[in-house]
Design a binder for this molecule. Sequence first.
Ligand code: PLP
Length: 356
Amino acid sequence: MGNSADKIKPEVRALRAYTLSPDRARVKINQNENPWDAPARIKAETLRRLEARRWSRYPDFTAASLHARLAEFSGWQTKGIVAGNGSNELIQALLMVTVGPGKRVLICEPTFALYRQITTVLGGEVISLPLTLELSYDTDALQRTVRDLQPDVTIVCSPNNPTGCVLDGRDIRALLESTNGLLVIDEAYHEFAEHSVVTLLPDHENLIVLRTFSKAMALAALRVGYLLAVPGLATEVSKAVLPYNLNAVSQTAAEVAVEMYEDELRPLVRKIITERERLYRELSTIKSLTPVPSLANFIIVKSAIDPKQVFAELLKRNILIRDVSGHPMLSDYFRLSVGTPEENDLLLSALREICG
Ligand SMILES: *Cc1c(COP(=O)(O)O)cnc(C)c1O
């Protein structure tokens, strides 16, 4: 009898599974979530609408009323929007309809691990460009590689997870104009950079934008994301999405969150940005630490002390950060999400003790 894993594609077997340490702590700053809960008014209105709805009936085949809300919210047309069960589902759907053997996907690493993982599972080839030594986008190399290699898909995460660097609008426009390949901009953290490339959609048929409700929108538990592109592309991507992919609870909560964004969520985003800047300044004063500038709701920090040791020492003090030392170029770094002001104070005093 053979090994049942023999039937698995060799490129898949060579991958390490995407996992997360199961540790729990009072100060949880390992997943870039909104440190505050979803505001009470959003929860209450969601529950009120759910109460009034028949639970015995399927949700919309595609989330039509959410799509309409997202169109107003983002300033893009309803037909060019696909909502998903987390934006991760849409990354998968998008790659399913574009990638197979012989197809090339360009990414800049270190970045979000899922792009490489799904491309590999689908039998595509990953072309990887390193970030600069300062951990920012190497814009010249990126332009040159896109122009010369014409990858089928290029994925840029901006602000980038886990480094926080951004690719600016001018560079994105230049990339779009130098290729017929698709350019995917993952805007999971755009609220914290106060910048979006959605305004480039009308003039660029090869642009795809991904967004999520898991970070600024404070709904990570409910799994909602959306994709924006020209209607023709959105229709093609939706062929790889299962019917009823979004359950009625998540659909309703996302609609309410969009309706109440300005009053309930934007103030929290502003506080997180203020705290990010404070955290950066304070971290810079700790002797063995060098924070990297970030436009997201997290910061990576270069540490003269082994980051795994910093991780363990913080966990002893009930603070959970992200160990990113396994990423290329990041063996000396750890990542922390911006917490509430109180959480950030706890973190800073712990780090002064451990690293000061
Ligand atoms: C958190 C994150 C997402 C969000 O994924 P969801 O499936 O919507 O929770 C997407 N892209 C990046 C780079 C992220 O860090």
